[in-house]
Design a protein around this ligand. Structure first.
Ligand code: AHR
Length: 497
């Protein structure tokens, strides 16, 4: 196979918001308990955070963490998770059918953010609760002091306000599974009322209205239009959530999942802009793609969970990822970067144990899943400006997503003068000769590649580094560019200085 990519270094098309590399910490399964938080673990610090996990999070490089859910937030009382731990109540979590001990709450989450240098992104409960509780939480978090709620935070040990800027107005309230599900009209009114009140408290807040919990939702498009008709002037973002999985062995469709994400973004932008045009507003709404990943959700059944007793932090959604999954995650990252002009925030869902790049064993080790690697490389080298780039090469037909190019790529100019090309070869059997035309002299090049003769290869506790990016030596500087060989079904990071 032969493909080419002509990059125009003089034509940046968008700057990349660092918030594009967010991740997600939900009270779900073992994401929090025995994931990030395990007092008594040999590596735990004085806050109960596992330092082995903190090190892996730092290496992964998320810039932002969304918390505390997800479906969980729609039944959560934030007050349960603050104050002395011994007085915190045990509650039922109806979303995931577990018992929540509340030993980890807002203060512990803020410590996690500080320890990992990440920005907090908080979700508000607009399922079982509403405007008053949202105001209470923002006041508790962000008001400096001298009021009952802000002084309560101080009494709980945090003298300085948390300064949380980015807030999600609920979670997936279009979904029939969501506690307190609403119609678009009901949600739009509630989100607008909440947004306006919160901005009276702090005009610098940035707010995310719920978009669709999937492009396949029957209300997709209509939901966004109605919600934004209510909230256009009071929010900055509309959210999007998407999960992909391989079904029936149709690997070509799975590897083309990014085509669906691309259509999802385009549809959301078109809908938002249509509302803006109708309202004659100069404002542009950004997309917060605050849940995305590969998730074998069709293997998760609520009936299975209901057959189990109510438990604290059971193993749930602990997908073990393959090489193929990592290449798809890389391709989804390429899509987010290609749409960086409008996608200004995004969260890989999730961070630890639950559909996650990082796995842990209670009282045991932690390790990197295959999907850890494309995320870490994209976060490290994907900051800067997206360059105009023209790709040319073969395409093939897929059952679910029509005709897609076999090369999926994006070029990013870093602040240090280097250029990085992230490239996926979607062909499962043939290597691809990629010629990168740089329109300028090349000093040094290097490439790392994640691929494996066994596309199902995984990392496990016993073999934690079976799959990782390796140096790709099939790369050369040629007249006016770079030639690199991309193995079949591979994720590649080409660094050009
Ligand atoms: O990330 C897992 C779940 O997926 C989240 O709780 C929910 O928002 C989505 O449906």
């Amino acid at each position: 196979l032969r493909a080419s990519l002509a990059i125009d270094p003089a034509a940046p098309v968008a700057d990349v918001d660092p918030r594009l590399f967010g991740a997600f910490v939900e009270h779900l399964g073992r994401c929090v308990y025995t994931g990030v938080y395990e007092p008594g673990h040999p590596t735990a610090d004085s806050d109960g955070l596992r330092t082995d996990v903190l090190d892996l999070i730092t290496e992964l490089g998320p810039t932002m963490l969304r918390y505390p859910g997800g479906n969980f937030v729609s039944g959560y009382d934030w007050e349960d998770g603050v104050g002395p731990k011994e007085s915190r109540p045990r509650r039922l979590d109806l979303a995931w059918r577990t018992i929540e001990t509340n030993q980890f709450g807002l203060a512990e989450f803020m410590r996690l953010c500080r320890a990992t240098g990440t920005e907090p992104m908080m979700a508000l409960n607009l399922g079982t609760r509403g405007l008053a509780e949202a105001i209470g939480l923002v006041e508790y978090s962000n008001f400096p002091g001298g009021t009952a709620r802000s002084d309560l935070r101080k009494a709980h040990g945090d003298a300085d306000p948390y300064g949380i800027r980015l807030w999600c107005l609920g979670n997936e309230l279009d979904g029939p599974w969501q506690i307190g599900r609403l119609s678009a009209d009901e949600y739009g009114r509630l989100a607008d009322r909440t947004a306006r009140a919160l901005k009276q408290l702090d005009p610098a807040l940035e707010l995310v209205a719920c978009g669709s919990s999937g492009r396949a939702m029957p209300t997709f498009g209509e939901w966004e239009a109605t919600v934004l008709e209510h909230t256009y002037e009071s929010v900055e973002f509309i959210s999007a959530h998407a999960y992909y999985e391989e079904t029936d062995g149709d690997v070509d469709s799975f590897l083309a999942s990014a085509a669906d994400m691309e259509s999802f973004i385009a549809g959301t932008v078109a809908t938002a802009d249509a509302v803006g045009a109708k309202l004659k507003s100069p404002k542009r709404i950004a997309i917060s793609f605050d849940e995305w990943n590969v998730w074998y959700s069709s293997t998760w059944h609520r009936e299975g969970v209901e057959a189990e007793p109510w438990q604290v932090a059971p193993r749930q959604l602990e997908d073990v990822y393959s090489v193929t999954d990592a290449v798809v995650v890389g391709s989804l990252l390429i899509t987010l970067l290609r749409n960086a002009e409008r996608v200004r925030a995004a969260c890989l869902a999730q961070l630890v144990n639950v559909i996650a790049p990082i796995m842990t064993e209670p009282s045991g080790p932690s390790w990197r899943q295959t999907i850890f690697h494309p995320f870490a490389e994209a976060s490290r080298y994907g900051r800067g400006r997206i360059l105009h780039a023209v790709a040319d090469g073969p395409a093939h037909d897929t059952a679910k997503h029509g005709t897609v190019p076999l090369l999926h790529s994006v070029a990013v100019a870093g602040d240090d003068g280097s250029t990085t090309v992230f490239a996926v070869n979607r062909d499962t059997s043939r290597p691809m000769n990629l010629r990168i035309d740089t329109r300028g002299p090349v000093g040094q090049v290097s490439c790392t590649t994640l691929a494996d003769p066994d596309r199902h290869a995984r990392n496990t506790r016993g073999e934690p580094d079976r799959v990782a990016p390796r140096e790709n030596k099939d790369i050369a500087i040629t007249d006016g560019g770079v030639d690199v060989l991309l193995p079949p079904l591979s994720w590649n990071t080409v660094r050009i200085a």
